[in-house]
Design a protein around this ligand. Structure first.
Ligand code: ADP
Length: 363
């Protein structure tokens, strides 16, 4: 008997996406299933180009197809699995989104300043783009914008077309920051309604085009901007950045509660400055490595990964060159683990259809 495309499809019904918990056929991920002589050709469309499960899915497909081929006695040379990706648009159900070209909007927040929230937001955005995603980064930290420095926007021209601002394009991502529009000192004294208005304009009057992910770097703490963001845009969820120390965990806990009160799902916690890596490559545990992971566990939240303190990361951030972080093997590994884990949590949240326009409850 011959191995037919239908039998290949049946075999693929036994392969589950480990994150989404259903089989590839039910999830609509199989885009091609052909047999050409002794070659089997399968194309799977993932829900994110930064999927950490590619190798596992490939292995499971090869095994399932081989079993099907053996059952009918059809010798095959192997299965050629090709991956494509289409980041789903979970916000469709909500009706008209004010940013219809943007598929997933993710906020990055922290309980207090200086924990590396902007550093994580920048590298998450650049890391997703390195996997082939179309990414935007909105500097929501209008009181202390750091994107001009961290993305090296110093000499980049600000361009407006009509009432719309063109996003900056560096390091493979689009970005917008108030830091390029007003003098730094002015942004710092903005309060309440002005901050609300400024953030809204930045989000809505930037020509983002089609984006898979829009990452929003929020101001630290629990102020007006998260509230504005939650009321304005359908968020996929929030990521909370924390350092390992006990006191930092208390602040992070408050940030988690704030998102929950705003009806925003917390996708996970990141531990920044997890440990120190010296120029000699040696690791030093400065702040009590693992503290944020314990916090995530006690709050029942996913832990998305830890990023070490390294002189290279500080230097690359100050010189506006996040791409260089991928030249450093330890940093590249830490950021890639974080990026793929975050991407998979976003896909899972999208598949579970938890999206709602937030209902605000003030307690
Ligand atoms: P936040 O957004 O929480 O205020 P930033 O991301 O602006 O914090 O980081 C504050 C400073 O610490 C920046 O100078 C940044 O380069 C540095 N920094 C952040 N994380 C690290 C790290 N893991 N290793 C080295 N320097 C870091």
């Amino acid at each position: 008997m011959a191995l037919t495309p239908d039998r290949v499809l049946d075999a693929l019904r036994t392969v589950r996406d480990p994150d989404l918990g259903k089989d590839l056929v039910t999830l609509g991920m199989v885009k091609r299933h052909d047999v050409e002589g002794d070659r089997v050709l399968v194309t799977v469309e993932l829900t994110t180009p930064a999927c950490p499960m590619k190798d596992r899915i490939r292995g499971d497909i090869e095994a399932a197809v081989q079993t099907a081929a053996d059952e009918v006695g059809h010798p095959i040379s192997g299965t050629e699995v090709e991956f494509t990706a289409d980041v789903r648009r979970p916000n469709q159900k909500l009706g008209e989104s004010p940013l219809p070209g943007v598929r997933q909007i993710v906020a990055v927040g922290a309980g207090k300043g200086g924990v590396g929230k902007s550093t994580i937001a920048v590298n998450l955005a650049v890391g997703l783009a390195r996997h082939g995603a179309r990414v935007g980064l909105l500097d929501g930290d209008i009181y202390g914008p750091s994107l001009p420095t961290m993305l090296g926007l110093g000499d980049v021209q600000t361009v407006a077309r009509g009432s719309m601002l063109m996003p900056f394009e560096t390091h493979g991502i689009k970005s917008m920051t108030i830091g390029k529009l007003v003098e730094e000192d002015k942004a710092l004294v903005w309060r309440g309604p002005m901050a609300h208005g400024a953030f809204k304009q930045l989000a809505m009057q930037t020509e983002w085009g089609e984006l898979d992910y829009l990452i929003v770097d929020l101001p630290p703490g629990t102020g007006d901007v998260p509230l504005t963001l939650a009321q304005l845009l359908p968020l996929s969820g929030a990521i909370v950045v924390c350092t390992p120390q006990r006191v930092a965990q208390d602040d992070a806990r408050r940030a988690v509660r704030m998102f929950e009160n705003l009806g925003i799902e917390v996708l996970g916690i990141v531990e920044n400055m997890s440990h120190f890596v010296g120029d000699d490559g040696k690791e030093y545990d400065l702040f009590g490595r693992g503290g944020a992971e314990v916090l995530a566990q006690t709050m029942g939240l996913p832990f998305l990964g830890g990023v070490p303190i390294t002189p290279a990361l500080r230097k690359n951030s100050d010189s506006g060159n996040p791409t260089a972080n991928w030249d450093d093997p330890a940093l590249a590994a830490a950021f890639d683990a974080l990026v793929t884990h975050a991407a998979s949590r976003i896909s899972i949240a999208a598949a579970q259809g938890k999206y709602q326009m937030p209902t605000i409850s003030v307690s």
